[in-house]
Ligand binder design. Structure first.
Ligand SMILES: Nc1nc2c(ncn2[C@@H]2O[C@H](COP(=O)(O)OP(=O)(O)OP(=O)(O)O)[C@@H](O)[C@H]2O)c(=O)[nH]1
Length: 558
């Protein structure tokens, strides 16, 4: 890909263009005080430490890396209070050398993200330290791609993952489609997964990295891997889109908006689903070669308010902004916005930098807690492969699964589960012995399952909740209905990767529920029993009617 320049002329983004967070506050001579927890560490200088001090620094780095699931950010030349004191050139070189040695001791790499020269001519340097956990090939981040039909999602993914610019007529998206009718109509209806890797120095590893690159090569060469879920933009495929967002537990959502069409059609609907499911998101305005993004940017603030999120847009104008936005140094209420063209390549460099530093989702405590629970593997794909037998693909939401483990699979039509054995495990097409909470994998089972379907689970044989249910109770909030919801209302319900029609058979405190009202209701699945749990979030949608909720009671099949 050609070297790309920042698209924005600073004058073009004057404060009246769109109200945005003042990044200069963040980039000025003070940072917030050093966080006690998390993966960010400040060091004023680290020169010639004693052996004991060096060991202490290494232990501390190990801890910061664990906090960031393999990634830590070091700010050198910064006091614990956050004051940017800076170092002379020589002191900085010596400190970076020590940092490198510390990282080396842990088998980690260091990458300088940026240098800042202060008014006193001293330097502050930000360094990304990365260590891929021993049981993983790389650090993986799942990004769901949302946006209206024709916004340019598949094209943007094509450009990022194939490494070649588009011609404005759909050349880049051709590689992204799975089904023939999509090639013909140019629309994405199934969920396709595309990968983009980065090596430790931040260089993209995609299909253009060298001749004959395969997905396996990309996984092998990268120490950070972004898995994009390209969700369909057309209204017709909204169910697939919701299922992708709800079932694949993406760490981030990328909302693509065309600067020629603006935030139209399904854009608002997609964003409100991401907000309801609490998926953090960022926005990419594409096709800036056709139309200036100015008016789309102007409408974004009110657009964000409409979907009920109190977020402030931040236009990413330079590498510094991209790093600040990606390295989790912004407040939660800030939405980074990139303006790009998949045809000229403008702005893509900033987006790539942002993706390179984007942190993995869960904090270490949450992840460890999940890993200690009994395994729960949700089945999103299933196929039989010749002699190998039955393979199920999906996401492990809790616990850990190892080869040879006995697990229960179900629910079958009568709500029961039956026992299977794990023959082998593959992650990103590479065999591995173990899969942990938060990771996706393909698992080969010892026998064929006749009524196997997506939405089933593999659960621990000790899990008492391994049973299906037709009935469950939930506290719901109706986000929209043209009149009111009564008993007998039939709707598609999305719970994790489960998607099935259900009927509301009981409303607890009144006869009906209007828009913006809440109530506790009893749902009944119409076709098959499903495995659901108390506390799970749900989404329902039928025509223009939609709502969200949380499961409060489950009535297992007896
Ligand atoms: N000029 C220009 N055209 C673009 C750009 N990005 C995409 N396009 C064109 O816009 C059209 C639609 O792009 P797609 O990537 O298929 O749109 P999509 O959002 O994936 O659409 P769905 O799959 O239906 O959800 C294609 O003809 C692309 O060539 C861009 O940055 N500039």
């Amino acid at each position: 890909m050609d070297p790309l320049v920042s698209f924005f002329d600073p004058d073009d983004c004057s404060p009246n263009c769109v109200q945005q967070t003042n990044l200069h506050n963040i980039n000025q001579n003070v940072l917030p005080p050093e966080p006690q927890v998390g993966n960010i560490e400040y060091k004023l200088k680290i020169i010639n430490p004693s052996k004991q001090r060096f060991e202490h620094l290494v232990t501390q780095m190990k801890w910061r890396l664990r906090e960031g699931q393999g990634e830590a950010i070091y700010e050198i030349g910064v006091e614990d209070t956050g004051a940017l004191t800076g170092l002379s050139c020589n002191d900085m070189t010596a400190s970076l050398q020590t940092l490198k040695q510390m990282a080396l001791k842990l088998g980690a790499t260091t990458t300088i993200l940026r240098d800042r020269v202060l008014e006193n001519n001293k330097i502050v340097t930000e360094v990304l330290v990365r260590k891929v956990p021993d049981d993983q090939n790389n650090i993986e981040i799942r990004v769901a791609v949302l946006g209206n039909a024709d916004a340019g999602k598949s094209t943007l993914l094509g450009v990022l993952t194939q490494g070649h610019l588009d011609n404005g007529n759909g050349r880049a998206r051709l590689n992204m489609f799975r089904h023939l009718h999509e090639v013909q109509s140019g629309r994405t209806s199934s969920i396709s997964h595309e990968i983009l890797g980065f090596n430790s120095q931040g260089q993209e590893i995609n299909y253009s990295y060298s001749d004959l690159m395969t997905a396996e090569d990309i996984c092998e060469e990268s120490n950070k891997l972004i898995t994009f879920l390209d969700l369909a933009g057309h209204k017709k495929y909204i169910r697939t889109t919701i299922q992708g967002l709800s079932g694949y537990l993406p760490h981030h959502a990328m909302l693509v908006i065309s600067s020629s069409a603006g935030a139209v059609g399904m854009t608002q609907e997609h964003l409100s689903i991401a907000v309801a499911l609490k998926v953090p998101f960022f926005i990419v305005i594409t096709k800036t070669d056709l139309v200036s993004p100015r008016s789309t940017l102007q409408s974004l603030e009110s657009f964000l308010k409409q979907v009920g999120c109190q977020k402030v847009p931040l236009i990413v104008k330079n590498i510094d902004d991209a790093i600040t936005a990606g390295a989790n140094q912004l407040k939660d209420n800030v939405v980074p916005i990139f303006c790009v063209s998949s045809v000229t390549g403008e702005g893509l460099k900033l987006l790539l930098k942002f993706l390179f530093v984007l942190p993995p989702g869960l904090g270490i405590n949450e992840r460890e807690r999940l890993e200690q629970e009994l395994p729960e593997f949700q089945i999103d794909e299933n196929f039989r492969a010749g002699d190998v037998g039955q393979i199920v693909g999906g996401l492990l939401t809790k616990g850990a699964i190892t080869e040879g483990m006995h697990l229960n699979i179900g629910p079958h039509k009568d709500g029961s589960f039956t026992t299977v054995t794990v023959q082998s495990i593959h992650r990103n097409k590479v065999p591995c012995r173990m899969v942990r909470a938060g990771q996706s994998a393909a698992i080969c089972l010892n026998r064929q399952i006749d009524d196997l379907r997506n939405g089933m689970f593999l659960l621990s044989t000790e899990d008492k909740a391994a049973v299906g249910c037709f009935y469950f109770q939930a506290n719901i909030c109706v986000l929209f209905h043209s009149t009111a919801i009564y008993c007998g209302f039939q709707t598609t319900v999305f719970i994790g990767n489960i998607r099935q029609t259900a009927i509301i058979v009981g409303i607890f405190s009144s006869d009906c529920i209007h828009t913006n009202e809440r109530d506790s209701v009893l749902f009944k699945f119409t076709r098959l029993p499903e495995h659901v749990r108390i506390g799970q979030r749900l989404l329902f949608r039928e025509g223009r009617t939609k709502g969200i909720g949380e499961i409060t009671q489950v009535f297992p099949c007896s």
